[in-house]
Design a protein around this ligand. Structure first.
Ligand code: 5GP
Length: 189
């Protein structure tokens, strides 16, 4: 997606360890118009997947997931990273965090995710696919089906998409980064 690539080139900052910082339009400040265009693009790419619900992870997945849900006319559910004391019938799994190098929990109430749901998962970044794997595990546990996985930015060199496709997932990434070597952003042609 050209619009997103341009923003990444103009505003993205490469940190050590293969991390890209995009705080000015995705991870801290948000650009509603860009998010709307992202929602439209996901809606186009996943038009035929038969999703019944959008699922994401707090916090940075919520904005693009909400826009995708708006464009597709679907409800949006976000997994929480901490167990809320008020949540009953909770589905949970542990995920290794790529940026923080520690594990965190994903928690979803079984009130909102049920057997037979057809899930379109949306998230900001795809690195190794750990968060996505956590979501797959929760869906399997409850008997829901993942019908698509969409990411704003895929870091191809960390092989998450390969890992998820080998699990039979339909993966779509709006901007695919081939390398961040020497603090330079190189997109896949
Ligand atoms: P994965 O679970 O695929 O290994 O990593 C994806 C998750 O880690 C995303 O939800 C995102 O929050 C975070 N993440 C991974 N790589 C980056 C990165 O380069 N920049 C930022 N801002 N977040 C990242």
């Amino acid at each position: 997606m050209k619009l997103l690539q341009e923003r990444i080139i103009n505003e993205g900052k490469c940190l050590d360890g293969g991390i890209l910082k995009v705080d000015s339009f995705i991870n801290h400040q948000l650009d509603p118009q860009l998010m709307e265009a992202i929602g439209e693009e996901f809606a186009r790419r996943f038009a035929d997947c038969g999703a019944t619900k959008i699922l994401t992870v707090e916090a940075s997945g919520i904005a693009p997931a909400l826009m995708t849900g708006l464009k597709m006319g679907l409800p949006v559910l976000f997994a929480k990273k901490q167990k809320p004391s008020t949540m009953e019938g909770m589905l949970t799994t542990s995920v290794h965090s790529f940026t923080k190098w520690q594990a965190y929990s994903l928690c979803i109430s079984s009130e909102f995710l049920k057997a037979g749901d057809r899930i379109l998962f949306i998230d900001d970044f795809l690195a190794y696919g750990n968060a996505a794997l956590g979501v797959i595990e929760i869906a399997e546990e409850i008997g829901a089906e993942i019908v698509g996985m969409g990411f704003l930015i895929e870091k191809e060199f960390q092989n998450g998409a390969k890992f998820l496709r080998e699990k039979g997932m339909h993966v779509e990434s709006l901007a695919i980064i081939e390398s961040l070597d020497n603090h330079t952003i190189k997109f896949k042609e």
